[in-house]
Design a protein around this ligand. Structure first.
Ligand code: PEP
Ligand code: MN
Length: 347
């Protein structure tokens, strides 16, 4: 249930409504907007909305048909901006995260990090724990990979995002990364999501391979209801009957999520398309559709990558894509890192 207070509701009236909701067994989350206060009440059972409507200072009570509440735009009409250090994700600027699928060795991570930073990325991506379809594929370097990623991100003044696959990795990853990535295969690992509700760092939640948008937002709700409000959604393609691309990149999810939720949404055209030649057009389209950011696989030598080489861009392709995004973003009223960072020794 969402309780929208009147524009001039007093603190005392708000407190009385909160107290009544708590008495009814609800957990109340308050959102103070520019014009009015909105109370999100979450709990078991269906409290009588009419009783709340009668209270002083209440403008209206909305019974939300959607099962998620804290993730819904009704709860928080203005969009959420997630801060990653001084980076604002969900504001005007389109934020680009880029880097290899997996950390492989010092040279690969360092060279790729330097290239993406010079092109204008603000966040380094890279996996140390890899969820591979086959147990015989490269599984990632574990803590050694985290160390390589952290060192390269620090050297290049980039923030770091990396995937957490399991509860047991949270503490370790927390020591190295700035954002926890929850992969598509773990979107419904509810034990992991609940625990990430208690961390003090942003969580990027990828859409599951066959998840509906409602299921995805319910997964976000697990993190939000644990008290972590910094959730970033990520569309990465879903499985359909189409086989021409690795997944079907659901660009329509971007405006749909924007309508349903206040959470920022980024797009991962790399896993969406699965082929290098299609990543660039999908990235352009995602920004044009209103994505708050992109996460893109880039590798200094993609043809020899240990994972996802076919969909990893060459640094020069990424450079060109960033130049194109500098034209697309302003055309729809967004900004993006304006100038490529001065070249230092990259040819
Ligand atoms: C990845 O980002 O490398 C990855 C494994 O992504 P996804 O969970 O979307 O498959
Ligand atoms: Mn990958």
């Amino acid at each position: 249930m969402v309780v929208v207070m009147q524009e001039r509701a007093t603190e005392e009236q708000i407190a009385q409504v909160v107290a009544r909701l708590v008495e009814m067994g609800m957990d109340v989350h308050r959102s103070t907007g520019v014009e009015r206060t909105v109370l999100g009440a979450v709990g078991q059972g269906l409290p009588d909305a009419g009783l709340i409507e009668m209270l002083d200072g209440v403008h209206e009570v909305l019974r939300i048909s959607s099962p998620y509440k804290l993730a819904s735009r009704t709860f928080k009409p203005e969009g959420t901006v997630v801060m990653i250090g001084d980076i604002r994700l969900g504001g005007d600027e389109v934020i680009v995260m880029a880097g290899p699928c997996s950390a492989e060795n010092e040279k690969q991570v360092g060279t790729t990090a330097a290239a993406v930073r010079r092109a204008g990325a603000k966040i380094l991506r890279g996996g140390a724990f890899k969820p591979r379809s086959s147990p015989y594929s490269f599984q990632g370097l574990g803590e050694e990979g985290l160390r390589l990623l952290r060192d390269a991100s620090r050297a290049e003044n980039l923030k770091l995002i990396t995937e957490v696959m399991d509860l047991s990795q949270i503490e370790l990853i927390d020591r190295y990364a700035d954002i926890f990535q929850v992969g598509a295969r773990n979107m419904q690992n509810f034990t992991l999501l609940r625990e990430l509700g208690h961390v003090r760092k942003p969580v990027l939640l990828k859409r599951g391979i066959s998840a509906t948008i409602e299921e995805w937002l319910l997964s976000a709700e697990y993190v939000l209801s644990g008290g972590n409000t910094d959730v970033i959604l990520c569309e990465r393609g879903i499985r359909t009957f189409e086989t021409a691309t690795r997944n079907t990149f659901d660009i329509s999810a971007i405006p749909v999520v924007r309508k349903l939720s206040h959470l920022p949404i980024v797009a991962d055209p790399s896993h969406g398309a699965g082929r290098r030649d299609m990543v660039v057009p999908m990235a352009r389209a995602a920004v044009a559709a209103g994505a708050d950011g992109l996460i893109i696989e880039v590798h200094c030598d993609p043809d020899h990558a240990l994972s996802d080489g076919a969909q990893s861009l060459f640094p020069s392709q990424f450079d060109r894509l960033m130049a194109e995004l500098r034209i697309i973003a302003p055309a729809i009223g967004r900004s993006i890192c304006l100038e490529p960072v001065a070249r230092r020794g990259w040819s």
